[in-house]
Design a protein around this ligand. Sequence first.
Ligand SMILES: Cc1ncc(COP(=O)(O)O)c(C=O)c1O
Length: 465
Amino acid sequence: MTQVESPRRSQGRVVTLDGLTADTCEVLMTASTPDRSGRHNLDPHLDRYAARTAGMTASEIRALFAVASRPEVVSLAGGMPNLAALPLESLSTQIGELIADEGLVALQYGSAHGIPVLREQICEIMALEGISAHPDDVVVTVGSQMGLDMVTRLFCDPGDIVLAEGPSYVGALGSFAAYQAQVVHVAMDDDGLVPEALREALAQAAKAGKRVKFLYTIPNFHNPAGVTLAVERRAEIVEICRAHGVLVIEDNPYGLLGFDGQTYPALRSLDPDNVIYLGSFSKTFASGLRVGWVLAPHAVREKLVLAAESATLCPPTLNQMIVSRYLTTHDWKGQIKTFRENYRERRDAILGALEQHMPTGCSWTTPDGGFYVWVTVPEGVDTKAMLPRAVTARVAYASGTGFYADGFGSRQMRLSYCYPTPERIREGVRRLAGVLESEMDLVRTFGNVSMKPISGPENPSPDTA
Ligand SMILES: Cc1ncc(COP(=O)(O)O)c(C=O)c1O
């Protein structure tokens, strides 16, 4: 359990900042077993866990979620897609018809590979980013998060190096930690991953006699950095990896959410034999259905199907059929355009508010698609230490350290503009700027206000994804 600070009242119950009610804390304390020294240990199974669980820690914003999700707090922390524009009525009719027409198939087990018709449709979607693929090489997963987990399971032994942009997606860092891979971050700039930094990281690993298993990269509308890999860098990065015998894992859930409808050539289209591609319907349709996919070179695909079988037997047949029917009967491209327009309006709101309110010395990225802005604050301010004060001022963000495996990011924060309304976003940024001003005052008066230890990678949660 994380440190319990300043309990607050919510509907008559005391809610602590880590989301447990005081009653729950009491029950847990009562249920816990004393250790040899007579102290209460909240988890009596502590000495039974496998060594690999040491890398598993809860996301820090999850600890603040009970407070951050209260309506008076503007949350710029979560990466939840804004689903309000979905045609719920016609979807519910379609789902009802699906069960009536094909219920005995939809409610039955399926194959670990995924249903053939959806795998064909997925190939058509990937063609929009230049990928030519055979449906046999697509494996449907329970969200692309499962793809990440499986790929790491297949390739990483404890101590293997995984290269990833710095910063990188929290959920990927969580998977890498769970399999005890060592993450080495590679620098990015406004044009995404820097090829020279990639060469340098590979050279360092070779010098240290370490095996690099793959480069994990999010080329489009990066989570959390908000930047996109320049087209002219793509072939170079793929080439560097090939030359060093390093696989590329391309994670692309946001690729169709470019605000001008622009798309970029997938890395997979440049080197089909050395790139494993992860896709998802979470950001372009419905995250709750948990349907994603992996496109892998043929040999890897065999192993993926076996890994998927041992994890889940098969992805949910009903959900796959819902996605497939939606793609057949709805104007899904028109729906993505509507999503893009909503997100663009929110992106404009956040950039305008940052420009208007943020104190001098702050900088941020300018996303042209996706959900996130990455903000850097002046030296001396620690965004993790500042977070409880921001929540007290009724605004939440995701502090930068969660997006690094090595403790960096204390001067950064991720702001998600995908979910709140433009008015709420403007108000949230105004509040955040006020908190930052006070923090900078403190720094000017007392020096660095950081009080938190360096932390490792964190597991994702729906509120931080
Ligand atoms: C970069 C990235 N990869 C993967 C995921 C997981 O997506 P899914 O919902 O498909 O599991 C997310 C979710 O936020 C993400 O941002």
